[in-house]
Design a protein around this ligand. Sequence first.
Ligand code: ZN
Ligand code: ZN
Length: 183
Amino acid sequence: MAISLSIASLNATPQTREASLATAWCAERLAGVYEAAAPTMAIAVTATRHADVVEAHVRVQGTFRCACSRCAEPVELAVDAEFDHHFVGPGQLDAGDGLEGDDVGLNDDPDVSEHDGAQIELDELCIEHAILALPDVPLCDEDCKGLCPRCGINRNTETCSCDLSEDRASPWAKLAQLRVQKD
Ligand SMILES: [Zn+2]
Ligand SMILES: [Zn+2]
């Protein structure tokens, strides 16, 4: 299941590989917010190699389920993320350190890492990018009205007669009372 590319099999001609990753593994790392809605994520990798440097273009597609952060209704989110990653030869990331001049450390670039000279493993990168593509605050709809803070009904589908202006005013009303008491 792991997505690995053999360095020796790559060359200047782009090669595409397709694979799948267990969505559950990714969902596990999302701290219980997301659940896997499909058993696998589809991965497509196009890679080229020039000397020691491997350039990979990766597409990750999967589906996750979660609860809307405002109304708690179930939401299904499709992930379709693409990213580019460069792999340099063993020891090359450190080689740039300590050199003078305009050298921008490769170490600082999250899209560059080292390969071990034999294989490139893509699982972790695919999962990281799938996670990055998911929102921190998932919503069923941008305009989700959420739940009524008073009676708890879903304000997208029902209406209630709760007077919420009173809730909003209360901190000030209390403050005014305090002032009156002090005087
Ligand atoms: Zn919602
Ligand atoms: Zn209400």
